[in-house]
Each structure stands twice: as C-alpha cells, then as structure tokens.
Design a protein around this ligand. Structure first.
Ligand SMILES: [Zn+2]
Length: 529
C-alpha cells in the first residue's frame, strides 16, 4: 500500500538500520572468506603435495581392490599421512571380503608363432600354482539353444574358451570420424551393431549369463576362460573380476584377442600358455578411512569431504578414484593449516568397496546416524581427473541458495566455469554421495570435465599416473577446501526439504526419491544366473 511504501523509503528504523546490520554481518563474512580463500589458493599454489601423494599412492602402493593387502596398505598410508599433518584419522571396519593378492600374469602364444600376448588376469582370478598351462583354444559356438549348448559343452575339456566377440575395429570412433569416408564409417557402425547383437544372442542361447558362463565352462573341464572387454579406445580394456574358482580367467587386449580369434577360425589351431599367480588370503576385514578436524562452536554438526578409496585393479586406480582421493586429502591438509578451528566438525570419508556397490559409504550411513542426521553438506568427487564443472542440488529445495553462497568465495578462475543445476534431481547411484542422498542427507557431487574418462581410464588397464591432470587437481583441491570452509562458517543449516521432482522424462511417471540400499558387508556375492 502507498502509505507503507512512503514509510519504508523514509524511515531509517525499518530500512537503513537493518541494511547496515545486514551489510556489516555479510561484509565481515565476505572479508574473512576472501582472506581464507586467498590463503587456500596460496597454500595449494606454493606447497602442493598432490604429486608426492600421487607417486606414493599409485606407484608405490598401486591399485586398491577391496580385500587386497594393497587396499589395507593404502588405508594405513592415509592414516599415517593425516597423522603427519596433525589431523586425527582412523580406519573403521565396515565389513569383510575375500582376501586376494594379484601376482604375475604371463600369456604367450606358442604356435603357429611365438609372441608374448598383452593381457592380464581378472581380479580374484585363481592361481595356476606356479605353472604355465598350455592348451588349444575354442570359441563359444553359435548354437540353436541351451540343449545344443549342453551337447557341445564337453568339447571345452582341456581348452581355453574364448567368450568375447571379435571386434571389427580397434580404432576409436573419433578416429574413424576424422579419417573415414562417411560411407565407410556408416558401414562399420552398421556391421558392428549387427555383430554385437548377434554375439549377445549367441551368449544368451547358451542359457547362461556372461557371469555364469565361465562357471559352467569351469565345471565342464575348460583349461581357462579368455575375454576381451574392449573400452572403445586405442589399447584399452576394462578389467573387472573373474567368476571362476579353479581355472584362470584373463582379459586379452583386442589386438592379440583378434589374432587368436582369426587363427582359431581359420583352423590354424593356435596354442597359448597362461600362468596366473595369485594368493587366496581367506576372509579379511575391510575398512573406511575417516579423518577429522574437530569443530569449535558446533562440534556435533558436520561438513564432509568424500571420495572412494578402492579401485578396480587393471591399472593403478589413478582417476577412479585416486584423483578424488588426493583432492580430498589435499583439501584436508590445507584446511588444517589455514582453518584449524572450524565452526562445525570437518570429516573426510575415504570409502572402501564403492566399486561393488557403494558398500563402504552405505555402511557408514547405516552405522553413523548421529553424523548423517547432523550433516550440513557432503562433497563427493568421483568422475576423473578433470576440473570440477558441474554441481547439482540433488533435489534439495534450498540447495541452490546455500551452494551459490559457498561458491561465491571461490576465485573466479574456478567458479566461472562451474555450471549449477538447482534444485536438480537426487542421484540414485553412481558414487558415494548417493548413499547420503538416499536417506535425505545433503550429499553433493562435484562433477568433473570428462578427459576421455569413460573410454580411456574408467575401470581400465590404462587408469594410471600419467593420465592425471595436476593443474585440474590443484583447482579441485582449492574448490573443495573453500566449499568446506564456507559450509562450516554458514550461520544457517541447509534444510533437508525435498523439491518437487516432476515427472521422469523417460517414463513420464512422477519421479521418486531414491531409496536406501543396504551395504553388502561380506563379499563378493556369487552370481546366481
Ligand atoms: Zn569411481
């Protein structure tokens, strides 16, 4: 109303005073935020520990498959690092897993010519007990149905069985895009789709899934199982786990797999030898590494950093998720130096067994309701080595207001390239933030630039130190530290109200908030079909 408007613009009591107070509160915050942010940037630029950490973790310790001595070594290494920085840290057992240690893999073609082949045993592969097994090869046939397959099955006795298709090209699509005529690239894509479909049918006609098939072949007396899980790039394969319990399962690089496949098909009867050493270590405990900088004003409220510590073991687990791990460790190191007495308690979770189903973080959520219920925010990073360029509100109604305020303290060379999406929709999986989102706790994903992650490093034999982009990691460590600082200092607590999610674009149905999934506390779980 008019009267009120006049009053408002002329009365110092209702506008000017609150405005001054408002500015005072926020300018103090802005000034101290700027100072702390500058100190964070300076510490990272002048004394970064990222390369040292990367060398120690990836070159010395190596990949961190759940249940391996290397995973435990990494847990102990992280505790030692934190302790050295004056930060309290401990390893917290959340479950147990098959204990296994990878040994050497030697794969050689002996006939029709001699060549050492590029390949490696899959995780949890049985040992050939110090011996090399020599055998002929056989390809899974294109049978009419499961009965015909059962009739054929005795033929595998004493042979290595090839269960993957022979890829028509080892060149990535962008290479075809660059050099092929449109006609030949189109033809390739058409042929490849047809061959891939045919191979899928070939496997399904055996009556078994790709996970059960190796177990069936083992029971039928096969000498071993050969796979090629090509990752659509030059020289790159995804390396997951074996399902056999007595005979070796190996992945052979596309180039060598193709050679063997063609030799078998042409009747040249190649003979290869395979030696896989490994140690079965029974059942071992598995841990999350948790570190803490205690809060002063609100010690029972928490701001968390988060990154899974485990990896698959075909490479070094450098970008999945070594780089996320290093980002969080470095952010903690810097925070301890420039912000040693935070308002809220700062925690970092280095999770075990994310790769088998977010198990470490799901267990933490189950075991620590006192922390999860008092969580101001959690920041997780787990999609490679690139600069963080996306942050979503994960479906929390007020996330935008808070994250925007926290992000404002970041230097423009970092924040200007970050796209935000508020309120966004809640992630149901993919990485450990989802374990928190599922119970309505504000877990956010700091999402990175791609750097060919999905084809070249994610779960591959090429996920190694040389792929790390240290400049991007430096920027991510700075951002993570600033977000934690701002979330700790914020006078307000991020409300957990959920936004209207709208309809799922795919199904047209109303979107549902993800449900909590129980952690697998003992693994691996054997396939049932
Ligand atoms: Zn990951």
């Amino acid at each position: 109303m008019k009267t009120n408007q006049t009053l408002c613009f002329s009365c110092t009591g209702c506008i000017t005073k609150p405005l001054i107070i408002f500015l005072c509160i926020f300018s103090i915050n802005i000034l101290s935020a700027q100072t702390v942010a500058e100190k964070i940037v300076q510490e990272e630029n002048n004394h970064s520990q990222l390369q040292t950490l990367a060398h120690e973790l990836f070159d010395r310790i190596g990949p961190r498959l759940v249940g391996t001595p290397q995973m435990k070594k990494a847990n102990d290494w992280a505790v030692e690092k934190y302790t050295g920085w004056g930060i309290t840290a401990h390893n917290e057992q959340w479950g147990e897993w098959k204990g296994w240690e990878r040994g050497i893999t030697h794969i050689d073609m002996l006939s029709p010519r001699v060549k050492s082949l590029e390949g490696t045993q899959l995780a949890w592969c049985p040992s050939t007990k110090g011996k090399a097994i020599k055998a002929e090869l056989i390809i899974i046939p294109d049978v009419t149905d499961s009965v015909a397959f059962a009739n054929w099955l005795p033929k595998v006795k004493g042979k290595f069985v090839m269960i993957s298709m022979n890829q028509p090209t080892g060149r990535p699509d962008d290479n075809w895009q660059q050099f092929a005529t449109k006609e030949s690239f189109d033809k390739l894509k058409k042929e490849r789709t047809a061959e891939t479909d045919a191979w899928r049918k070939r496997i399904s006609k055996t009556g078994y899934s790709t996970r059960m098939l190796p177990i069936i072949l083992e029971k039928a007396g096969a000498a071993g199982v050969l796979t090629n899980n090509w990752s659509s790039g030059f020289g790159v394969d995804k390396i997951f786990n074996a399902y056999t319990s007595k005979i070796p399962t190996v992945d052979i690089a596309l180039e060598d797999y193709g050679t063997l496949y063609r030799l078998v098909e042409s009747g040249d009867n190649p003979i290869i030898s395979i030696q896989t050493d490994s140690k079965d270590l029974g059942t071992v405990p598995t841990f999350n590494t948790i570190a803490e900088i205690k809060g002063t004003e609100k010690p029972d409220e928490y701001v968390m950093l988060s990154a899974h510590f485990d990896s698959w073991d075909g490479g070094q687990g450098a970008t999945d998720n070594g780089t996320g791990t290093l980002t969080m460790m470095e952010a903690m190191r810097i925070l301890k130096l420039v912000y040693p007495n935070p308002k809220r308690t700062i925690l970092v979770g280095h999770w075990g067994s994310e790769e088998e189903g977010l198990n470490g973080s799901r267990a933490f959520v189950e075991d620590h309701p006192e922390i999860v219920s008092k969580l101001q925010a959690l920041f997780n990073q787990d999609n490679g080595t690139g600069r963080i360029v996306n942050i979503s509100g994960q479906g929390f109604k007020n996330a935008g207001e808070f994250i925007t305020r926290w992000l404002a303290a970041a230097p423009s060379f970092i924040k200007d390239s970050i796209k935000t999406n508020f309120p966004g929709s809640p992630g149901g999986g993919g990485s450990d933030f989802a374990s928190f989102v599922a119970v309505g706790a504000p877990g956010f994903s700091l999402s990175s630039l791609n750097w060919s992650y999905f084809n070249y490093t994610w779960h591959t034999n090429r996920d190694t130190y040389d792929k790390i982009i240290f400049d991007d990691l430096r920027s991510n460590a700075i951002l993570a530290a600033i977000m934690v600082y701002m979330a700790c200092e914020d006078n307000a607590t991020l409300p957990r109200d959920k936004a209207e999610l709208g309809n799922d674009r795919r199904t047209g149905q109303p979107m549902q908030w993800p449900v909590q999934v129980k952690s697998i506390r003992k693994g691996p779980v054997a396939p049932t079909n």
